[in-house]
Design a protein around this ligand. Structure first.
Ligand SMILES: [Zn+2]
Length: 201
C-alpha cells in the first residue's frame, strides 16, 4: 500500500473517538479526549499499517504563562521509506513553571492525529453530541437480532405510538414469546397464536 492508501485504511478503521476524560476545575466541567487514548489507538494503527510519525521541526514561544508551539511531523511509509508526507500542527500549553512546552507538544501531537485522519470526537457541540453518539454506539453493540426476521432489534414504537426502547422490546418479547422479536414479528407471532387458538376451538 502507498502512504495515502494506508491513511485511508486507518480512516476506515478509526471512525470516531469518544471522549474519555472529565476535566474539572472550579465550576468548569467538560468532557475531553485524552492524548493517551488517541496516541494508544493511533500507535496501534501505525504498527498495523507500517507507518512511523515523528517531529522534524518545532518552534515554541512563550508569552506570560502560555507557550505556543508550531510543530512539523513527518509520516513515513516504512515499506517505502522514500515516501513521506509532512504534517503541520500546533498547540498551546498553559503553565506558570516549565511544563508549558510539554503541554503544547502534547496538544499538537493529539491534533495532528485527529486532523490528518479526520477523526470526529464530538468536539463540535452543534453537530455531534458525543453523549448521543456514545449511546448509539452502546445500543448498536448491545443490540440483539430478532428471532423472526434476523434484523437487529432497534428502538421502536408501541402500538399507541409511544417510544419503545430496544432493550425493553427484547425483554418483553423474551417473556411473552420466549424469544427476542421485533415489533413486526411480535405482531405476526401474536396473529399466529390467535389462529392456532381459533383452530383448537
Ligand atoms: Zn423481526
Amino acid at each position: 500500500m502507498n502512504l495515502y492508501e494506508k491513511i485511508s485504511a486507518i480512516m476506515a478503521d478509526v471512525q470516531y473517538l469518544a471522549k474519555d476524560d472529565k476535566v474539572e476545575f472550579g465550576s468548569t466541567k467538560y468532557k475531553a479526549l485524552s492524548e493517551e487514548k488517541v496516541t494508544s489507538i493511533m500507535r496501534a494503527e501505525c504498527l498495523k499499517y507500517k507507518l512511523v510519525v515523528f517531529p522534524v521541526s518545532q518552534c515554541a514561544n512563550r508569552s506570560g504563562s502560555i507557550t505556543h508551539v508550531d510543530v512539523t511531523y513527518r509520516m513515513v511509509n516504512v515499506e517505502d521509506p522514500e515516501e513521506y508526507i509532512e504534517i503541520a500542527s500546533c498547540g498551546d500549553g498553559a503553565d506558570t513553571q516549565d511544563k508549558g512546552s510539554g503541554k503544547a507538544m502534547t496538544y499538537a501531537f493529539k491534533y495532528m492525529w485527529l486532523r490528518t485522519f479526520a477523526i470526529p470526537t464530538g468536539e463540535d457541540p452543534d453537530k455531534i453530541s458525543s453523549a448521543e453518539l456514545d449511546a448509539k454506539q452502546a445500543a448498536e453493540e448491545a443490540s440483539v437480532p430478532c428471532a423472526g426476521c434476523g434484523k437487529k432489534i432497534t428502538d421502536g414504537k408501541k402500538r399507541d405510538g409511544s417510544p419503545w426502547a430496544a432493550a425493553d422490546i427484547v425483554k418483553y418479547s423474551s417473556g411473552r414469546f420466549s424469544r427476542p422479536l421485533c415489533p413486526g414479528c411480535q405482531r405476526k407471532a401474536f396473529q399466529a397464536e390467535k389462529a392456532a387458538e381459533g383452530e383448537g376451538a
